[in-house]
Every structure is written in C-alpha cells, then in structure tokens.
Design a protein around this ligand. Structure first.
Ligand code: 3H9
Length: 702
C-alpha cells in the first residue's frame, strides 16, 4: 500500500499521506511526498497542490519509534526532511496544506514549509517535541518564528501545547479556517491562490535584537517554570534565537546540532519511554478493545474528597452522575466543594461559567439508592474500612442491573474480599482514582480473582473516556502504586530517625525531580488517612520489622497535616510547609529512646534509599505478576506519584542507572540497615544476566 496518494481534481493535485493511525513521517512517507511533488511539478494539468492527511488526522509528527532508535544509537538515523521541506518551498506551483485533526511536530514543520495553510476549526497545531525531551528538528524553530513571530514560536516550542485553529489564524500560522468539507475548501482555496513567498524568506516578523531580548529572557523563564530540570525547552529557545540572529541555512544547522544533542540524552530516552509505556499500558493480553459508549450513567457512593473528584471527572466527560451520601450535611458539603473547585477553574480560565453549569446539571445529589438500578457503573468511594465497604457492596449487589460494573475506589484493600459479599464477583473491580480525582491522570484498575475480561475492558475504556491513563494491577495489598509507596514512605521516615530532617529529605527528593517531598505528601494526604490504612493493612504486625517511630505520635497529637495546620510541618495562611522544631525534637527523642545513633546523612543517601526502596518493591510486584510490565509500573509512578517524566519512572531509571549498581547498593544497605533491604529475586536475576527491566518486558512481550 502506498503511504502517499496522488489524485488530480479540477486542476489541483491532492496529495494525501496515508500512514495510519496518525500519518507519522515514518520511513517512506517523506520519500512518497517528494515523489508526489515531483509528479505534480511535471503534470501540465496541475496548477496548484493540496497536501493533507488521510483518515483521522494531518501528520502527527515524526515517527517516535524512529526517534527512539536514534536516542539509543540504533537504526539508520533520523528522518532527513531538509530536501522535502526545500522542495515544498521551491515548488513553482502554490502548495496549500489542508489540516484536520493534529499537525504536530514534524507534521507542523511540513505544513509551514508550504505556501499556505487552511484548517478545520477543530484542528490543533503544535510543536510538542519537548514532551519527548527534544526540540523541533525539521527546521520548525526557524520557520515558525518567521510565520507566527518570536513570542508565539517560543511559547509553542517551550510549552509543547498545541493551539487551536482560531489561535493559529490570529497568529498568522494559518491563512483560513475552512467550514464544511476540508478537501473541497482546500481545492477552492488553491485554485485562487497566487504563488506566495517562501516561508524562509519571510523575515518581517523576526524582530530586532533589542525587541527580542526580553522575549528570549521570558522564554527561558517560562522554560524554567514549566519544566525545571529539563534541557529541551531551554535549548528550543536557543534554537529560536538562532533564527533571529543567523541566516536561515545557518540557523537550520544550529537547530540540527541542538536536536542531535538532545535526542541522545537520558531525558529524551526517558520521555520517549514514557510515551510508549503509556500506550502499552492500554494493551492487556486476552482483553479486547471495547468502547466506553457502554457507559452513560455513573453512580458514586460517597461525596467526600474522592467521591466529589470522581463525580467531577465523570461530569467533565459528559457522563450523568448519581452522587449518594448518607447525611444531608455531608452531601451539601460535598456539593459545595465541587462548586468551589469548579469556580476556581473558571477563575483560572479553564472553564466558562456556562461549562460549569452544564457539568453541575449532570450531577444528581441524593441520600438513597434511587435510580442506581439504571447505572452502568457504580463506584464506591467511602473511607478505607473493609467492614463498611462490604456492607455497601452487599447493598449495591441487590439493586445494580446485571452487567453493571461494581467498582471500589479502595487504595489498598482486597478486591476479592470486597467481592466475596456479592453474588457476582466477576462484576467487581477496583478503580483506584488519585486525589484530586478530577485532575490526576492515573487510574489503577484492579483485577480481582474473578473479575471478567469484559468488565476489565470496559473499565479500561472508561479510563480513556475520562482522559485518564488506566493501568491494570493485580490484587495485592496496595496494588502497584501504594504497595511500592509504603516501603518508600517508611524509608524516608527511617532517614529522619537516622539523622536527616523532613525538610532535608523533601529537598533531596524534589532535587531528584519528585513533584513533592514525602513529608509534604504525607501532610497533604493526611496523617490520619495513612494511620487508618496502617490499621486496616496490619503493617508491622510481623515481629522484627523496623517500625517508624513518629507517625503514630503525630496522629495521637492530632497533627493530621495540612487539614489541621500541623503535621510533619506547620502551615500558615499560604499553606507553605515550615519546619517545626517540636517535630524535630520529637524525632530526635524517639530515635534516642530506640537506641538509634543519629548521624549526618547526605542527599545521595536520601535519594538512593528512597528511590531504591521503590525499585526493589517494584521488582517484587513485577515478578509476582501484580503488574503486567515494568513499564506499567513506570506509568503508575509518572502519573500518580509525581515521579519525574524526564527520568522515565522508577523501573526505567533503574535500567539507566544499571541494575548491577543498584543491586550492589541494595546489598550494602542490607548489611548496614537490616533485612528489609533483602534484594528482590528478580533484581538479582536480571542483574546477574546483565539485563534490565526493559529486556524483561521485551522477552515477555515476544
Ligand atoms: C517530531 O515530530 C520531531 C520533529 O521535529 C522531526 C525531527 C526530525 N509516531 O495517542 P494515541 C501511535 S517528534 C509513532 O493512543 P490519540 C501511538 O503509539 C513527534 N507512533 O491516539 C498509538 O499506537 P498504538 C511529535 C505514534 O488519538 C497510536 O498512534 N509528535 C505517533 O489519543 C494512537 O495514539 C508528537 O509528539 C508518532 N508520532 O492521540 C505527537 N503518534 O495504537 C504524539 C501516535 O499501537 N502523539 N502514535 O498504541 C500524540 O500526541 C497522540 O498520539 C495524538 C493522537 C494526539 C496524535
């Protein structure tokens, strides 16, 4: 099958890239486009050209699989688009780019080499390369500022966010928004279009050195704000600066050089891994791909923080929501929080007041189970009590329609035990949302022993419909995320007992790239919540396991974290954590009483003990089959626990660090810190073989 098709309609050559699913510029596509351009040039019956994408989108960029090979120094090298882009610009007949769906990365770079661009109103245009740790590498940093101006180009390349057709029109990036049929509209436009100047010769918007200086400074500040620690955004600004200061050809050379440096970096390897890991997580062996259209009505039990957030996530996706509480005051409080959260979104410009009213109209508050028999999925979101969850599941089992998904939002408890009180355990599943549920992308989908493939498939499809990343987990205590989180959390507490301070631990972790430090997280999530989970999970009931000394004391003192203004830290009006000498004294006294010899602890030890605790437990989760892939674990940590994307997730970070080195350190920890540091058998095995977790995934995939 040809990757590029060629048809002539009314004197216009319509050239369409046909490389499903997203018309990426895979090998063969640039060559096919060049051949089509040559054909049109020599075709006397052709007066103008339209270039477009077949199927659902224009060109969504370079083939990221090819970029991944480049990152690892494999394959024939990257796509060489220079000749194609020059051929487009040099065409003696006008070239009109007709855009629908997305014109992203290399796709937009191809589009801006044409003489004109028209687009459907629904089209999105962007340079998202920074999401992959790279900069535009097909002259986008040189042509984009010439069309859209320096400021717009910086914003697009640094943020990576696409813009809508209307914004692109206002910026001068496209020439017309087409209503109705895109092909017909583009042909009509092409028939009337005179030959326009080549993009690279349009220097009118490049600005002067004096005009540009504040724009570049602002660009660097934006890069530091949006993606601290990441190289690519800063380097994109550098490449755009080259557009403003160097002749076009030299600017292109500079861009290629920066691109080549970025693409082999660990950050690019990690972010490209994250891209494919997220898509791999949606593929579950033995489970088909159903549509989420099976779900129109969701019923939620519990209007607290989690239930309210889930209700918002569902309403945002256009689903009708029944929201049940037991007491009127709790229901009113839950609805007030939902309204307040939406109002904040309006203030931030995310929604209009009308959007909010539409969403609120979808949420039906109630104090009983009325209409629950019409729900396609019922999500229980009450606090972590097995007894309460069992009671609720026996109630909903009696009223839910056959085929309805019975989901628990439990973060730690056994789905099998919850399912055991129903007459239909095959319909019971875990849907573990992360707080705030209307914002966080992760949705852990927990398969019980009896959960049916259809229920799993529908739950995964629902995740996608809610614009979340669904990851399938097995039913072990804490599933993937929290099972790994507990050893990590306890290790940070041992670190402070051994001599560090909460502030120091948090600073080392955020320095590593974590979105938040562990003590700040504990204060935000609630020390009372963690306490309740410990009671339910029976942590530390086994003798001989080192037990954290301070968390229970904070709980007993009523220091629940941010909600009480005091936890590991104290909080003022601005909600910023401030070190509390009282807590530091409590830690020191507790450690001394327990006979711990406190010592100075460095940042490297903090990071290694924290992150290696995650990796070691992750290896166990993987080997025991509670995660399908190491990359699924990465997706969980990247989307639910603030692990930095540019480090690729804990398991990928382990691979980049080298499992042998990690194992050596863990074995030293076992000698120095005790048996909790027993290395996971899979880690031992892979390190001995000289393999990584990626090899493990590949082997199982094959
Ligand atoms: C670039 O262009 C560099 C340039 O400067 C040139 C340098 C020389 N390549 O996300 P979905 C696959 S950098 C290969 O589920 P959606 C994806 O893996 C690139 N494959 O669909 C999945 O495969 P599978 C700049 C790609 O509708 C399938 O398509 N461009 C690519 O939710 C469906 O994907 C980007 O960064 C690709 N470029 O969203 C765009 N894109 O079915 C990245 C997708 O086997 N892509 N696939 O799992 C996206 O943002 C979204 O995929 C998109 C569609 C919005 C296009």
């Amino acid at each position: 099958m040809s990757l590029v098709t060629y048809n002539v309609q009314d004197g216009v050559a319509v050239i369409a890239v046909d490389n499903p699913p997203v018309n990426a510029l895979s090998p063969g596509v640039p060559e096919g486009l060049e051949a089509a351009l040559d054909r049109a040039a020599g075709d006397a019956g052709v007066k103008a050209l339209v270039v477009m994408g077949a199927g659902r989108t224009f060109i969504a960029g370079a083939d990221i699989a090819v970029l991944q090979d480049m990152a690892w120094g494999k394959g024939p090298g990257g796509p060489v688009l220079h000749d194609l882009l020059q051929k487009l610009e040099d065409s003696a007949k006008p070239v009109v780019m007709a855009i629908h769906g997305t014109a992203l990365g290399g796709g937009l770079e191809v589009a801006i080499a044409g003489h004109y661009r028209v687009a459907l109103a629904s089209a999105q245009l962007g340079q998202p390369e920074v999401n992959l740790g790279i900069i535009p590498g097909a002259e986008g940093t040189q042509r984009l500022p010439r069309l859209a101006g320096i400021e717009k180009a910086i914003n697009m390349c640094v943020s990576g966010k696409p813009i809508a057709a209307s914004e692109a029109l206002a910026a001068g990036l496209i020439d017309k928004v087409i209503e109705g049929d895109l092909t017909a509209g583009a042909i009509a436009f092409a028939q009337r279009a005179p030959l326009a100047a080549k993009t690279h010769e349009r220097n009118g918007r490049l600005g002067t050195v004096a005009e540009n200086a504040p724009l570049f400074a602002a660009g660097l500040a934006l890069a530091a704000k949006l993606r601290p620690s990441q190289e690519a955004p800063r380097r994109a600004v550098e490449a755009i600066e080259a557009a403003a200061t160097l002749p076009f050809e030299e600017g292109c050379r500079r861009e290629r050089q920066i691109f080549a440096e970025c693409v082999v970096s660990d950050q690019a390897k990690s972010l490209i891994h994250a891209f494919f890991a997220e898509r791999a997580a949606a593929k579950i062996p033995g489970i088909g791909k159903p549509s989420a259209s099976a779900i129109a009505r969701v019923a939620i039990i519990g209007a607290g923080t989690m239930g309210g957030g889930i209700a918002m996530a569902c309403a945002n996706a256009g689903l009708s929501v029944l929201l049940k509480e037991t007491k009127a005051e709790a229901l009113d409080a839950g609805l007030a929080t939902i309204r307040r959260n939406y109002e904040t979104s309006v203030k931030r410009g995310r929604f209009t007041a009308q959007d909010v009213e539409q969403r609120l109209a979808l949420i039906h508050p109630q104090l009983d189970y009325a209409s629950f028999d019409s729900a396609d999925v019922i999500i229980e979101a009450v606090f972590e009590s097995m007894a309460l969850k069992k009671q609720i599941f026996s109630e909903i089992d009696a009223i839910a329609r056959p085929g309805c998904i019975l989901a628990s939002n439990t973060s730690t408890l056994s789905i099998d035990e919850i399912a055991s009180v129903t007459a239909r355990p095959s319909s019971v599943i875990g849907m573990h949302f992360f707080s705030p549920a209307n914002v966080m992308r992760l949705l852990e989908i927990v398969r019980g022993r009896a959960t049916s493939p259809e229920i799993i498939a529908t739950a995964m499809a629902l995740a996608k419909h809610l614009k979340k990343v669904g990851v399938l987990a097995g039913n072990c205590p804490g599933f993937i995320g929290n099972r790994m989180f507990f050893p990590y959390m306890y290790e940070t507490q041992f670190l402070v007992e051994d001599g560090a301070t909460p502030k120091q631990v948090d600073a080392a972790l955020t320095g590593f790239g974590m979105a938040m430090g562990m003590f700040a997280v504990d204060d935000m999530a609630g020390i009372d919540v963690a306490w309740r989970v410990r009671q339910e999970m029976g942590h530390f009931r086994e003798p001989g396991v080192r037990k954290p000394l301070v968390q229970d004391q904070l709980y007993a003192m009523g220091r629940y974290g941010q909600k009480t203004g005091k936890g590991w830290y104290t909080y003022g009006e601005d909600r910023k954590p401030v070190s509390d000498p009282l807590v530091e004294e409590l830690i020191a006294t507790s450690a001394r009483t327990a006979g711990i010899a406190r010592r100075a602890i460095g940042d490297q030890e903090i990071v290694e003990r924290s992150v290696y605790a995650l990796i070691n437990e992750g290896a166990r989760v993987l080997e025991e089959g509670f995660a399908l892939r190491a990359s699924d674990i990465d997706v969980v940590y990247l989307n639910g626990y603030g692990f930095p994307g540019w480090r690729g997730g804990p398991m990928f970070y382990a691979d980049l660090t080298g499992l042998k080195k990690i194992l050596e350190t863990i074995e030293r920890f076992r000698r120095e810190l005790g048996p909790r540091w027993e290395p996971a058998p899979l880690l031992l095995k892979l390190a001995a073989e000289g393999h990584g977790f990626r090899d493990y995934d590949r082997e199982r995939e094959a």
